[in-house]
Ligand binder design. Structure first.
Ligand code: GLU
Length: 416
């Protein structure tokens, strides 16, 4: 087995990219253009804290590729949101938008901070300073940020406001805004809804009966909590769930209403749904049908892949599986659906939000959900057909479709 323990997240993504580029026989120059980000910016983000002290954070915006349209991707607030992590996520955005065939490139931004340790006012000031730092790189037809881990619609409202103070009212400069400020109906639920849409398609094809299917969800943030809610509506039994403080397990199924009502699992046992406390490591190895990592990256590794019991892994998080773990899971016959398809619902509805803002028009929620399903299911079918005819894993097939589209756009533009 290949040993890739020393690789950072960006090198890991590029390892997958290189394999796709090899299969596509991409010329060296094009390969080099697609490996590296087009532009990277690091900015200082000084924030006056509530106690009067000034703390300085590191902020980033990495623009990976815009051959197919404006740069697009979230902004992450996390202690591990360093440059290599952001580069990896920016590159994944390029392949994600290409795979689902929406007219965007890929970017990612972030501020290395712990948002849970900051007050509402501190987060407001931090977001404004970060926005001022990257303001010259973003614009409605240049680069459009959105929420990611540690950020939400409130963060986007502050970004839109800070940008608008310089450039005039520009709702299309960010997506994932509050609905009251031009956000799209359905955007909040979109990533989780996309995960469950793909789950339904895959279950039909496997086949696996979703009624009573035992699912485990790591992460109860925006994506994880919507997955729990919508999978439960499809008749799945949520047997395990976790947040950063740890997990809870009940083989008979957790009470989803209590699970979703409780604000974080770090509360007295009486407030939690009935079940046994487990660590995040134990959670991943629980006996279940579907495992859905919906939190941080690199959680399924060579250290635990041989103990995973799920039949199907759906990557709702970005880059939760290392390349070594990928090989172990494939050898064990565990089906894995990759992040760039599974969590693409968010950026697809971001695309709808952007078009609604540009047209100064609003779609109703049913229309948003229907169009989302149409785009996602088409991408799923394309990926599955390629994987079957070419004997590729789903990750390989998905990446190859994305890389081929971007390479073609680069070639057609002819700017080299
Ligand atoms: N942060 C989300 C992602 O990783 C959404 C990005 C967007 O909507 O631009 O796909």
């Amino acid at each position: 087995m290949l040993s890739v323990q020393q690789l950072n997240p960006f090198e890991e993504v590029n390892l997958l990219f290189d394999r796709a580029a090899d299969r596509l026989c991409l010329p060296d120059g094009c390969r080099e253009m697609l490996r590296r980000p087009w532009r990277e910016l690091q900015v200082q983000v000084p924030v006056r804290m509530d106690d009067g002290q000034v703390k300085v954070f590191a902020g980033y915006r990495v623009q990976h590729n815009a051959a197919r349209g404006p740069y697009k991707g979230g902004v992450r607030y996390h202690p591990e949101a360093g440059l290599d992590e952001i580069r990896a996520l920016a590159s994944l955005m390029t392949w994600k938008t290409a795979l689902v065939n929406i007219p965007f490139g890929g970017a990612k931004g972030g501020v290395q901070c712990d948002p849970n340790a900051l007050s509402h006012d501190e987060l407001n000031r931090l977001t404004r300073r970060y926005t001022i730092g990257i303001e010259h790189l973003i614009a409605p037809h240049r680069d459009i940020p959105a929420p990611d881990m540690g950020t939400n619609s409130q963060t986007m409202a502050w970004m839109m406001d800070a940008y608008g103070l310089i450039h005039g009212h520009s709702p299309a400069v960010v997506t994932g805004k509050p609905v009251e400020l031009g956000g799209s109906l359905g955007r909040e639920a979109a990533t989780g809804r996309g995960v469950v849409t793909i789950l339904q398609e895959m279950a039909r094809d496997m086949p696996m009966d979703l009624k009573g299917a035992r699912i485990v969800v790591q992460g109860l943030g925006n994506v994880g909590s919507w997955v729990v809610r919508l999978a439960n509506e499809q008749g799945c039994k949520v047997v395990g769930a976790s947040d950063a403080s740890g997990g809870i397990y009940n083989p008979k199924g957790l009470d989803v209403t209590t699970l979703l009502a409780v604000k974080g699992l770090d509360v007295p046992a009486d407030d939690l749904p009935a079940g046994e406390r487990v660590t995040n490591q134990e959670l991943l190895e629980l006996d279940c049908d579907v495992l859905i990592p919906a939190a941080i990256g690199n959680v399924i590794t060579a250290a635990n892949a041989s103990r995973i019991k799920a039949r199907l892994i759906m990557e709702a998080a970005n880059h939760p599986t290392t390349p070594e773990a990928d090989e172990i899971l494939a050898d064990r016959g565990i089906v894995l659906l990759p992040d760039i398809l599974v969590n693409a619902g968010g950026v697809i509805v971001s695309y709808f939000e952007w078009t609604q803002n540009l047209q100064e028009f609003r779609w109703d929620e049913d229309q948003v959900n229907q169009e989302l399903a149409k785009i996602l299911i088409a991408a799923y079918r394309e990926m599955r057909a390629k994987a079957k005819t070419r004997n590729l894993t789903y990750r390989e097939a998905a990446l190859e479709i994305g890389v081929e589209r971007v390479a073609r756009a680069v070639e057609l533009r002819g700017f080299v």
